[in-house]
Design a protein around this ligand. Sequence first.
Ligand SMILES: *Cc1c(COP(=O)(O)O)cnc(C)c1O
Length: 467
Amino acid sequence: MENKRFMPEPFKIKMVEHMGTLDKEERKVAIKEAGFNTFLLRSEDCYIDLLTDSGTNAMSDRQWAGMLLGDEAYAGSRNFYHLQSVVREYFGFKYIVPTHQGRGAENILSSLMIKPGDYIPGNMYFTTTRFHQERNGATFRDVIIDEAHDPRAELPFKGNVDLKKFQALIDEVGGDNIPYICLAVTVNLAGGQPVSMNNIKEVSELAHKYNIKVMYDATRCVENAYFIKEREEGYQNKTIKEILFEMFSYGDGCTMSGKKDCITNIGGFLCMNDHDLYVQATGMVVQFEGMPSYGGLAGRDMEAMAIGITEAVKFEYISHRVNQIRYLGEKLEAAGVPMIKPFGGHAIFVDAREFLSHLSQEEFPAQALAAALYEFSGVRTMERGIISSGRDIKTGENHHPKLETIRLTIPRRVYTYAHLDFVADAVIDLYRRRDKISGLKWNYEPKVLRFFTGTFKIINEELVEGY
Ligand SMILES: *Cc1c(COP(=O)(O)O)cnc(C)c1O
């Protein structure tokens, strides 16, 4: 049994939830009513829901048991102290401030560390992260390696920072105007691509030379640690826990979305080693989230998050997770579906530009593909292209990201390999009918984070009738 590449799920099912069962005609109405935006569909109307891996996780029996141990005191909850000790043990940072989710931590960090006119380098942007940086007056600069923007470049650590780009920014604007570098592990929008330990070390050395802090976007840090174990020389015999701890030892703090690698449904936190920053953060968390010992969370949520961290670093769990992504990717690849390679840690990103090569980027190929895949199969995915990328805050022009993708994001511990077979068949069938998919145009474009609530119209109604 040693050689089986895709071992079955390392969990068994104790409780079930029924899935949506709309037929194709009903789905056609549903997606039209949702303005061809998969974010606006009702969950009940979806069959397999791969919109996101954020908060969609299945908690374990132990986490649910922990929920009953919630100490719902207004201040000093026992679950906070448990979470604090787990974060110290696994992440290694001195101070932790819980927040309702990752963006709560981003809000506090950006408000405290950024002054108007500053620059924040990052290894590719993330939507809410960049939003908070810009809201506080900073200019975001992408310092990821060039290959990350090329869907077909196969590199083991495609999330790495290009040190020359980072140095060039320092030379251009001066280290004093760069409070921190935001280092995402893994890089969501690049396809869930990891950063190597060596690159983390080099970034840390360069940043600290200029008094620039290294703040991780730690959202998918366990997946990053798994890739280091698999791919980086010298880490094969280390545990995920050891690798994670080392990764964070080179930095000064992090923002964390507990909804991802803490395997919970809600939660997040901010960490730092600097005592002054911690004191300021506690002053801020009371204004926006709650007491520093709960930060917008119930005691039970903090308990579930503490237990989730200890489960996420188990090798059986994380290797199964990454293998599920790989399994889906390999099936699609065998049928010629264009995707971002190598496959990342949380999702398969289908290259919508290539898939719908008859559409220009102005016809929103990824948005159109996500809508069509839902109508065709009931599988819900998300646009990650020109719509998510938004407009330049200074010129008002659309950003034109090189990557125009739909993301098939796998929730943690929710679907089995059999579900992934269905998803693969749906995408492959649609690929054979791809010329029938029409582009989209705006119906309503929101001013901020427009991908969440924007609505669209079909450009060519006749085409769509075809599938
Ligand atoms: C989800 C996510 C966030 C924001 O976290 P929320 O919990 O959704 O607020 C930040 N960065 C990355 C890379 C993410 O994927």
